[in-house]
Ligand binder design. Structure first.
Ligand code: HEC
Length: 107
């Protein structure tokens, strides 16, 4: 009985881990499909001085910033680059979370 419970726990843990890594992987694809890569650079290191690097940034912070930028709560001339991009603003909350997990996980 104890063994079965342990096996169940291990299976659950494995499932949980695969879900976690799947979302980080999807985030990597979304980072490209949603054009983030064109400004924020491969591996989250941008090529322009006024385009911020995103690699390894705090996940919660990234989520909040993307949401604030899209909602125009954080708005300036540079954030217009994101809000005037039709593909960028089409990103959903779930996709934002996946991209943030990916950016945070970049080595
Ligand atoms: C056309 C260029 C462009 C594209 C495409 C773009 N960004 Fe940005 N992004 C910027 C610029 C420029 C800023 C800096 C805005 C500022 O100075 O306030 C920024 C800011 C950010 C920030 C805030 C960073 C910080 O340190 O506060 C995040 C997070 C971010 N972008 C994520 C994304 C994601 C995710 C995508 C794809 C869905 C994306 N961006 C697509 C140009 C772009």
């Amino acid at each position: 009985m104890k063994k079965t419970a342990q096996l169940c726990l291990l299976t659950l843990l494995a499932l949980f881990m695969s879900v976690l890594s799947a979302s980080a992987q999807d985030g990597e694809k979304l980072y490209i499909y949603k054009f983030c890569v064109t400004c924020h650079g491969q591996k989250g290191i941008s090529m322009a001085p006024n385009y911020p690097n995103l690699a390894r940034q705090n996940e919660r912070y990234l989520i909040n910033q993307v949401k604030d930028i899209i909602a125009k709560k954080r708005a300036n001339k540079l954030t217009l680059l994101m809000t005037e991009h039709p593909v960028v603003i089409s990103i959903s909350d779930e996709e934002i979370a996946a991209v943030a997990a990916y950016m945070n996980s970049i080595k």
